[in-house]
Write a protein that binds this ligand. Structure first.
Ligand SMILES: Cc1cc2nc3c(=O)[nH]c(=O)nc-3n(C[C@H](O)[C@H](O)[C@H](O)COP(=O)(O)OP(=O)(O)OC[C@H]3O[C@@H](n4cnc5c(N)ncnc54)[C@H](O)[C@@H]3O)c2cc1C
Length: 395
């Protein structure tokens, strides 16, 4: 018998960020009753671009298409990028990717995080089997019974056969599972902002590896660029303290005037950078996806893409088990999701850390090696193809 004041779901998703909402939409066709709990509504679309954007690869765009959210995202605001230039500031190494060479119209889209959430949320709201429980803050979590139970800070309990932790790097679900994510700090921070550049960005994602960390200029559809500038902690603090004209000057110098003069047109925000990975993604009746399971350096813009792939994979595993009449929320079923995703996610984390170490060191011998590496990559079609597959998301 249903307990008074308790809402029951088949799947309760803790966290309505990019990965949680992707999972909700991807599970819609299973007919399972789904609840998504989040403390905040996604921010409304503004005229000015939001500071948090993500480079979304083609594999993730395909997931958004499959769940019916891509068209809405395109109507709201997306910025396709057709080329990518990556180079080393201490030498001559350079890699260039061109969508035309691959027979594609774009390598991916730069999209504001809130736009991704808004499009997914509108899609979820069209379904009468998905409940958007917001604003609601997770209080306590009990995984000891047959059903997972979540008490809301605002009052009222929720139970579910499967509780999914999509609640980000400080995941409460992960803590309730007794799983630790040992997050190693890079001792770096990422400064994000929006700028206008003297020369056109040419729908190209530009990434420069500086000894102090990578600097990305991501092209936005109105001609401006979204900046992700990773720097050692003390340097980041000093640069954040500069006034706007001095900040713009430092930025255009660091970027080697590739797009001429730079003018800051937004506020600036700063994020601490680290990486980490849990050993296990699943237990009986509970699973972790996205940043709740893994954190990586944003240098190749892959964190959200990995989370979207986690969500698509978990939904596929659940749908397959349901169709076969198997116990879809049992640990042995959920392990299939863990096995499919952990390898890819670990490789990406290790690759990003390796890149960061390789490019962060100003030893002249390493500089020589990395220049050889970048040039080699540009010339050797097979190696470049591998990099391209990674950037596109293994389509
Ligand atoms: C500077 C920077 C640039 C980046 N650029 C890119 C990029 O270009 N491409 C890319 O793929 N990735 C990028 N990333 C990574 C990407 O932003 C993250 O991997 C992604 O947003 C993680 O999504 P998520 O849904 O897993 O977690 P989150 O975005 O952290 O969402 C978690 C959600 O859970 C909710 N929540 C948490 N705890 C509670 C609670 N107790 N009660 C209720 N609700 C709760 C939060 O409100 C939130 O909505 C970047 C990261 C940084 C820092």
């Amino acid at each position: 018998m249903a307990e008074a004041g308790v809402n029951h779901y088949d799947v309760l998703i803790a966290g309505g960020g990019i990965t949680g909402l992707t999972l909700a939409c991807a599970l819609e066709t299973t007919g399972l009753r789904i609840g998504v709990i989040d403390r905040n509504e996604p921010a409304a679309l503004q005229d000015a671009y939001a500071l948090r954007v993500s480079a979304i690869n083609r594999a993730s765009l395909e997931v958004f298409h499959q769940v019916g959210a891509l068209e809405r995202m395109q109507q709201l605001r997306v910025s396709p990028f057709r080329e990518m230039h990556v180079w080393d500031s201490t030498g001559v190494g350079e890699i260039h990717f061109d969508s035309a060479e691959l027979g594609l119209d774009a390598l991916g889209y730069i999209v504001e995080n809130n736009v991704i959430q808004l499009a997914l949320l509108e899609t979820a709201r069209q379904s009468d089997i998905i409940d958007w429980l917001c604003p609601a803050q997770i209080g306590s979590i009990d995984l000891g019974g047959e059903l997972a139970r979540v008490e809301r800070v605002e009052g009222g309990a929720l139970t579910a056969r499967l509780l999914v932790g999509a609640d980000g790097s400080q995941s409460a679900v992960r803590s309730a599972m007794g799983i630790e994510l040992l997050r190693k700090s890079y001792r770096q921070r990422a400064i994000v902002c929006t700028v206008r550049t003297e020369e056109a960005h040419q729908a190209t994602a530009w990434q420069c590896f500086l000894p102090s960390g990578p600097l990305a200029f991501l092209p936005l559809a109105d001609g401006s660029c979204s900046i992700v500038w990773s720097l050692d902690e003390t340097e980041a603090d000093a640069i954040m303290a500069l006034d706007d004209p001095a900040f713009s000057e430092r930025l255009e110098q660091a970027f080697e005037y590739r797009l001429g003069k730079v003018e800051l047109v937004s506020e600036r925000a700063m994020f601490p950078l680290g990486h980490g990975h849990v050993d296990h993604y699943v237990q009986d009746g509970v699973a972790l996806i996205g940043d709740a399971a893994h954190n990586i350096h944003p240098l190749a813009g892959q964190g959200a893409n990995l989370g979207i792939m986690d969500a698509a994979c978990l939904a596929g595993v659940i749908a397959e088990a349901l169709a076969a009449g198997r116990q879809w929320s049992a640990c042995h079923t959920l392990r299939k999701y863990e096995r499919s995703r952990k390898g890819d996610n670990r490789v990406m984390e290790a690759t990003m850390t390796g890149f960061k170490q390789l490019f962060g060191n100003d030893n002249p011998l390493l500089a020589e090696i990395r220049n050889m590496g970048l040039n080699l990559v540009d010339r050797a079609p097979v190696v470049k193809q591998l990099f391209t597959r990674q950037a596109l998301g293994k389509l």
